[in-house]
Design a protein around this ligand. Structure first.
Ligand SMILES: [Zn+2]
Ligand SMILES: [Zn+2]
Length: 393
């Protein structure tokens, strides 16, 4: 099929920016993306796609090409964050305390425009494209969509995801094969001793004494037991609570944090963590319960899809502008949950850091800004990778 992609994207460009600004001005938290979902639903239907809701505010639009072929799912997240925006722009958040500070407003706008662009060429399209808009990425919304049938009717052969990324410079695209985003599990350790008077510690068992040794032990475990390069492992504590009076040794201490692994041996790390925390607590005469809950699974890119995407991106931005540094991260993206459902996938980052435009602020910060000049590039990459996958170009 023939599409003069660049020309068609240019024609849509002003609308793409307008869409992004409108969504930016009306940010909504996870599973409450009601307005966003309505806009998506209406626009996909206007393009002639078969549209359905999934997991409340999730939206799925199916574009069936006129010719048979493979099925590719493109995924965009939709949710904003509980932050008060600290920018002065005409399209700043109108929803106090809520802000698109991760760029998901861009993802929605880009994906809607990819759908519009390719829907106009349905007659020449071999295969099927599924446009999935996912709520609540920040708090693992993907499993609810999967439970409610997002990966059926039709079942995709592959999944493609993209994120705008301020730590990477505008003009560059970040791509890696294999492990890309770490798994994260959240732990809660409850250490129980026996409360007593501060002047009679020998009459009780202090969970604080056990807790400080547990802290030291898990720090040693992280630094001394895993290969820095081949088994990147990060254990951090974000919450520590015990006691509420200076003269009382408390009964209990709670410690919460996260364990992140950018390798496949995470089950062994979790087992060792439980063993260590329990054993050190016992050494200081305390009982201990450890619970672990999944925040994100590890996201691992499919090698073949990575190769395909890389060659497409090289044709768009030039080989020298594809980077792998700064792409692998200890943070996560719940796109991984779709991959784990047995569907090969690829996730990559589109750089949009530009100091002159103030778009190099960290994601999840109140100063986060987008370099809107990369939106057309995002549309082009997604559309070209999709068409190449379907053997349409
Ligand atoms: Zn985020
Ligand atoms: Zn994000």
């Amino acid at each position: 099929m023939y599409i003069d992609i660049r020309k068609e994207i240019e024609a849509l460009s002003a609308e793409t920016v307008g869409l992004r600004r409108d969504i930016h001005a009306h940010p909504e938290l996870g599973f409450r993306e009601f307005r966003t979902a309505n806009i998506i639903e209406r626009r996909l239907a206007d393009c002639g796609l078969r549209v359905r809701r999934c997991a409340g505010t999730g939206v799925i639009g199916v574009l069936e090409g006129a010719k048979p072929g493979k099925t590719l799912m493109l995924r965009s997240d939709m949710d904003a964050l509980p932050l008060a925006e600290n920018n002065e722009l005409p399209f700043c958040s109108q929803n106090p305390g809520v802000m698109h500070a991760c760029g998901h407003d861009c993802h929605v706008a880009v994906q809607l425009q990819v759908a519009k662009l390719l829907a106009a060429h349905r007659d020449e399209l071999p295969g099927t494209l599924v446009f999935l808009f996912q709520p609540n990425e920040e708090e693992i919304g993907a499993p609810r969509m999967i439970e409610q049938g997002a990966l059926t009717d039709p079942r995709p052969d592959a999944i493609l995801g993209m994120h705008v990324w301020s730590p990477i410079q505008t003009g560059k695209v970040g791509m890696v094969s294999g492990p890309c985003c770490a798994s994260s599990y959240y732990f809660k350790a409850t250490i129980r001793g026996k409360g007593t008077h501060g002047c009679l510690p020998e009459r009780g068992v202090s969970p604080i004494e056990a807790g400080r040794h547990v802290l030291a032990a898990i720090n040693s475990m992280q630094t001394m037991e895993y290969g820095t390069l081949d088994e990147p492992t990060l254990i951090t504590v974000g919450s520590l609570h015990a006691g509420d009076y200076m003269n009382i040794i408390p009964d209990e201490l709670t410690m919460e944090g996260s364990i992140r692994c950018l390798h496949r041996n995470e089950a062994a790390v979790h087992a060792r963590f439980r063993e260590l925390v329990t054993a050190v607590s016992a050494a200081y005469r305390c009982d201990c319960d450890v619970s672990l809950t999944c925040g994100n699974s590890m996201l691992e890119n499919d090698a073949q899809l990575a190769e395909l995407a890389r060659s497409v991106a090289a044709g768009v931005v030039g080989e020298g502008n594809i980077v792998s540094e700064g792409v692998r991260e200890m943070g996560g993206d719940d796109l991984a949950e779709f991959f784990l459902a047995g569907i090969p996938g690829f996730y990559y980052l589109v750089g949009m850091g530009n100091r002159a435009k103030g778009s190099d602020a960290a994601h999840h910060s109140r100063d986060f800004r987008v370099d809107e000049d990369v939106l057309d590039l995002c549309v082009e990459l997604q559309a070209r990778i999709a068409l190449t996958y379907l053997d349409a170009l």
